[in-house]
Write a protein that binds this ligand. Sequence first.
Ligand SMILES: [Zn+2]
Ligand SMILES: [Zn+2]
Length: 128
Amino acid sequence: MSRRNTVQKSTILKNLQERCDHPSALDVYHSIKSELPQVSLATVYRNLEDLSQQGKVRKLDTLDDITRFDGNISPHSHVICSHCGAIEDIAPVNSDLMLKEAQKNSLFAIREIEFVFSGLCPNCHISN
Ligand SMILES: [Zn+2]
Ligand SMILES: [Zn+2]
């Protein structure tokens, strides 16, 4: 890997780790452009894919099918606003019982469960 690629990847990772708004690739692209003027959107996409395959970032599927990314890989759940698409973290839900129930009904060795809650964020809740 060239030095330039390494710098791009670490800048993208750092950007994700410093924010908690679960940005899309396009959001990341816009916010690192001043730091890396020569970077393309395709490069940002590729690096985010790589980072998620390496387990350094989390990929989130959203209600509108735009993939969003999370630099926080510790266990936590998400709540998505069904109106504006805002995503926030919430503390992990105690899921031991659900994991046990699921394991009873599956031959898979089940390891984790991921919750995505949806609702209205404070902004949308007030304006509706
Ligand atoms: Zn909202
Ligand atoms: Zn998160």
